[in-house]
Design a protein around this ligand. Structure first.
Ligand code: COA
Length: 270
């Protein structure tokens, strides 16, 4: 899992505080946004075992799937389970966990690619080559700016000062000049009840097949030690492990890259 917000842009948001002076009604974002980009044809429901692109009106369902998939994920909980929110109930923490994922899904619908399969059994958030969600339009429309007041002081330090710069710098250090020319798997999650049915493989291959045709690498951060063996099956290789260090125990993120597989017609040219 990873975030593609440029820390520079985010720190600008942060430096403006909650940006209450901006003329946007809190409850209008993101639900009021009416752009119907990527809207699926409602009259023709896709079979549940087919991949389809998630539309903006479905962001809550997609986020609910990811929230369930990442319910106990150490990185997802890193911003919620903080010492200065110890007094919060589990319900309040869960609401914040879901909310963060709603912002992420919404921003990726606007600027990236959100796919699902199995009636929201599994969801993937992708950032295509050269794209990011740094711009103020996306930060506002997705609701991401609200993290400035929804996260606690420690939550903000973890998210803005540690997590985002670490991801940004690590991706750049790992991919070098290909940083802006690779596919980025930001999140992939299958609900526990839908696991083991091949959903993850299908969502993954949907994009890695395209990356192969384009001759591009695919990058991901894995927040769960169970997952690298799964991603190796899809052609990803371990590059390095980085750690979030502000919690009681360090949280590891495994960095993996998949090199493009040459197409049959390309192989013939060698
Ligand atoms: C990782 C995850 C997305 C896999 O989803 P899934 O839909 O169950 O995976 P699939 O059914 O497509 O399985 C993909 C491959 O991994 C293997 N696999 C899946 N779960 C496995 C497990 N627990 N142990 C070993 N292998 C496993 C499958 O056998 C399959 O291999 P094959 O296609 O060669 O037979 C899912 O477990 C998940 O959401 N985990 C929690 C969230 C998370 O950690 N996401 C990734 C963060 S970067």
């Amino acid at each position: 899992m990873a975030k593609t917000i440029n820390p520079v842009a985010v720190s600008f948001v942060e430096s403006k505080g909650a940006m209450n002076h901006v003329n946007i009604k809190v409850n209008d974002v993101p639900t009021s946004f009416k752009v119907l980009k990527q809207k699926p044809d409602a009259a023709v429901p896709a079979p549940t075992d087919e991949i389809r692109i998630v539309g903006v009106e479905e962001y809550k369902e997609a986020a609910a799937c990811l929230a369930e998939a990442f319910a106990t994920d150490d990185v997802a909980r890193y911003f919620v389970d903080v010492p200065d929110r110890e007094h919060w109930s589990e319900e309040e923490k869960w609401a914040l966990h879901v909310e963060i994922l709603e912002y992420m899904v919404y921003a990726h619908i606007l600027k990236g690619l959100v796919t699902t399969i199995g009636d929201f059994g599994a969801v993937a958030l992708w950032m295509p080559p050269g794209k990011n969600m740094d711009d103020m339009f996306t930060i506002f429309r997705s609701g991401m700016w609200r993290l400035n007041y929804r996260l606690s002081a420690e939550g903000k330090r973890r998210f803005f000062n540690e997590f985002l710069p670490l991801l940004h710098d690590t991706k750049h250090a790992t991919l070098g000049e290909r940083d802006d020319d690779s596919w980025y798997l930001v999140y992939i999650g299958t609900k526990p009840s839908a696991r083991g049915k091949g959903h993850c493989r299908k969502l993954m291959e949907h994009v890695t097949n395209q990356a192969d045709r384009e001759g591009r690498a695919t990058y991901l951060e894995s927040s769960n030690e169970c997952n690298p063996p799964i991603y190796r099956k899809f052609g990803f290789e371990d590059k390095r492990t980085v750690h979030l260090q502000r919690g009681e125990k360090n949280v590891a993120l495994d960095i993996m890259v998949r090199e493009p597989v040459k197409q049959e017609q390309e192989k013939g040219k060698d």
